[in-house]
Design a protein around this ligand. Structure first.
Ligand SMILES: [Zn+2]
Length: 448
């Protein structure tokens, strides 16, 4: 067995000289202390995160008989109470900690030899600790890979409109925090699932999620999922928080689309900076900037760049009508996850986690459903009005009907040759609810 030994020496940055002060006025832990260990199982890898009290030198080596990955932290210490734990997800058996005479050691026991990568992350506004990250890859068989690719191809070739829904953050990346409840990632996934559900209520529409559980998904993987499934548009779902210098009380939802130029909008720039933070680890900025020229060229060629603003305005219209959470407007930002997407794409900041009123609203299932419906209606009405040119088969066409005074559901159903049940399902109208004049209803249009 070849012994692999990699040594990473992290240069001491100015920021590291200052101890990271933690909330609550607790004394800072000693330097080079392994404060905690966390893990997440993703479909293609399992991530172990070592939260450190300061920057440190660490060494990663691979051992066999039994298979394991060993992380040595010279002069490192273990926080009191750190214990071994079982993972048992088929990728990692368990994680152990050892106190050595010259430092600390973490051992990752593997059921079989696996490939892995590791890197270090510095603290930022969201993550207060220095971190050492080990990603152990799941061994995926050729048959399994083929099955996955085949499934994606079937969606791409279904002739349906394919909408990619991208739940922001996940796993070791909680996103924005809130003093009124859980952090961003706990909202983005259920909201995205509801949006997908609402989209699929429309005949001829499919929704694909870039993340289905609480785990990390890198920037390139999100873009790859969108491409593989032949997405016609892309919606990234987030919740906002103001940066520390902003003392204004902000609340409401916002829709962002990509800007090519540096923006003079300071608010948009700070939102983009915050949302891009998660991708620091897997983005070689130079590499992405190299690709970006080509991506922007392709976006211009297929008009996706202009169409993103049209998609944003469709969504804005729906979010504005929704009530519950005020709509703050459409903005342009230099947002990484949108930069790799060659289809019309937007990022929705659903609410402000710093606003008590917004959090009270977004915690309600009924409001989550309303938001999901608004986002879904925005995408659906956009695609119906702007069908992608490369579609071989067109799904059943739909139209938006504005209810006039005196009109009934049965009258509208008759006019469009669809059932009352269809109209109720498409528009989330309960069996006891009435329609009102001026209300906009999505209906199946007559196909003749
Ligand atoms: Zn976010």
């Amino acid at each position: 067995m070849k012994h692999v030994l990699r040594i990473i020496i992290i240069t001491i940055a100015v920021s590291a000289i200052l101890p990271v002060s933690m909330a609550g006025g607790e004394p800072a832990p000693p330097r080079r202390e392994l404060v905690s260990l966390r893990h997440w199982t993703a479909p293609e890898h399992t991530r172990i995160v070592l939260d450190m009290s300061s920057e440190c030198i660490y060494q990663v080596s691979e051992r066999s008989g039994p298979n394991r990955i060993v992380i040595d932290i010279p002069k490192g210490r273990l926080a009191a109470g750190l214990r071994k734990f079982k993972v048992g997800d088929g990728v990692i058996d368990r994680v152990r900690v050892n106190r050595l005479s010259n430092g600390a050691q973490v051992v990752i026991d593997l059921p079989a030899k696996s490939s892995y990568k590791h890197f270090a992350l510095k603290p930022n506004n969201i993550h207060p600790r220095h971190r050492i990250v080990i990603d152990v890859n799941r061994t995926i068989s050729v048959t399994e890979k083929r099955k996955k690719a085949e499934k994606a191809r079937r969606v791409a070739q279904s002739g349906d409109y394919v909408v990619i829904i991208d739940p922001g953050h996940g796993g070791s990346k909680p996103g924005a925090s809130s003093k009124y409840g859980p952090s961003e990632k706990y909202y983005t996934l259920p909201l995205s699932k509801l949006i997908a559900e609402e989209i699929e209520k429309h005949r001829g529409f499919k929704a694909v999620l870039t993340r289905k559980g609480d785990y990390d998904v890198g920037l390139y993987r999100r873009i790859e999922i969108a491409k593989q499934h032949g997405g016609h548009c892309f919606v990234s779902v987030h919740l906002n928080s103001p940066n520390k210098n902003n003392k204004r009380k902000l609340r409401g939802s916002e829709v962002y689309y990509l800007t090519r130029e540096a923006t003079s909008d300071k608010h948009a720039a700070s939102v983009a900076e915050k949302e891009n933070m998660d991708f620091g680890e897997d983005v070689n900025r130079k590499e992405l900037n190299g690709d970006v020229e080509e991506i922007l060229y392709n976006m211009l060629r297929n008009n996706a760049y202009n169409m993103s603003s049209v998609l944003a305005s469709h969504m804005a219209l729906e979010l504005n009508r929704m009530g519950s959470i005020p709509f703050r407007g459409i903005r342009q930002g230099n947002i990484l996850v949108l930069r790799g997407i060659e289809m019309p794409s937007v990022l929705v900041e659903v609410a402000y986690l710093s606003s008590k009123s917004d959090v009270t609203q977004i915690k309600k299932k009924s409001v989550q459903r309303k938001v999901a419906k608004a986002v879904a209606c925005g995408v659906v009405s956009y695609l119906l009005e702007n069908p992608p040119e490369n579609m071989e088969k067109r799904p059943a066409r739909m139209a938006v009907h504005t209810v006039s005074r005196g009109e009934t559901l049965s009258g509208i159903a008759q006019r469009y040759s669809c059932s009352i049940k269809d109209i109720r399902t498409l528009n989330n109208i309960g069996s006891k609810s009435m329609i009102r004049p001026g209300q906009k209803l999505t209906v199946y249009a007559k196909t003749d």
